[in-house]
Ligand binder design. Sequence first.
Ligand SMILES: *[C@@H]1O[C@H](CO)[C@@H](O)[C@H](O)[C@H]1NC(C)=O
Ligand SMILES: *[C@@H]1O[C@H](CO)[C@@H](O)[C@H](O)[C@H]1NC(C)=O
Length: 386
Amino acid sequence: MAGLIASVSGGWNGIIRKRRYWSMFGIFAIVLFFGYSLFILSTEYDRVSKIINFLKPNKNSEQENNEEVHLDPFIAELQAKYKPTLHRIDNSTFVTREGYKYTVNDTNHYFTEPLGKRLLILDADSRLETEPGHMLAPPPLTHEDIKRGTAGMMNHFLYAMIHGYDYRLVKSPKDPSRHGTWSKVPLIREALKTHDFVVFLDSDANFQYYNLPYEWLMNLWGVNGDTLAAMPEDPNSKVNQDSNGWVLWNTGFVTAQQSERTQDMFDRWDNCPSGERYKECKHWAFDWAHEQAAFGAFVRYEYEVGKDLIAISCMDGNGASYIGDKKCGGVFVSHHWGDKDRTIKQLYDRLDGHSVEELHRHFHENQETYYINAEKHTYPIKDLTI
Ligand SMILES: *[C@@H]1O[C@H](CO)[C@@H](O)[C@H](O)[C@H]1NC(C)=O
Ligand SMILES: *[C@@H]1O[C@H](CO)[C@@H](O)[C@H](O)[C@H]1NC(C)=O
């Protein structure tokens, strides 16, 4: 009897145990299934979301529209003020103040829509101070106090705000191993990790037409999907040529487009003075013209000019109208190497003192957006989010 009961109970136990096995197996299978699905979803997520984003029509203009809703009232007012005067991106011709007619080539209408915040106007300096007249000084910024460099930066900031571009002023870290002008190279590279286009300008270079969108200028200069970077030629004199007699390009005004190849090009450029890739490059760490000479003498030779790289004429993007050499008129972007006070004069010629103060006040009140103190970063700069 006891044996029977034992065997029966053993039988029940066996059945219960089997059921437990089955239900455990079931739970295990469900967990496995969900786990696997999650794994697939997570690995495919990037790809799938890219495809979905790609299929969505006008994703960027949608984003821009959303941003417009949250546009700062000061900027909204500023944009509304300039809107009636803006030159259309698709208008092929532009007539300058002097009456010269510029026409975009029929094959160069690559940009048709505003780039908005995908385009960054970038300023950088290691010597940013808070004394009166400087960009970082507390308001008001007065005509009496304003410094030349500040006037240049205010020109860049205003241009960015009018067109809805992004803007950053970066306090760059000092690098004891090379001259300060080199810092623009890693900064542009880092900025290209968060922006599709970066336009860097020295503080003595300024935009001549607030109403002319940068997309229009890039069409004029033939920038398209293949372009890695565009820079203006220097005045063609012996001191501005590389050892082969090829005129250098001015790195005080750099337009760069995000791509893996662009990142690679900026790495080569930034590493030039190490002498690893280009043996003769070491001395450009401190010898003038620093990063400009390094790019001209080595880096640009590895790329196709006219396709990867674009040389903007000195007339369009370097010098200024009052400079003797009439080949460098600075028509669209002037570079006032001869008379740096011109940035101040031109700022107040085109904007009254009150508006300058208001614009600077807006910069000051939104410094967490527009200003990055990268002073404490060390070289090589990596993962500085601009
Ligand atoms: C294009 O711009 C010029 C000014 O440079 C203007 O005179 C002309 O009317 C514009 N054309 C169109 C179609 O908007
Ligand atoms: C535009 O066309 C002219 C004449 O065909 C040519 O000389 C010039 O290089 C072209 N410019 C660009 C940016 O493609």
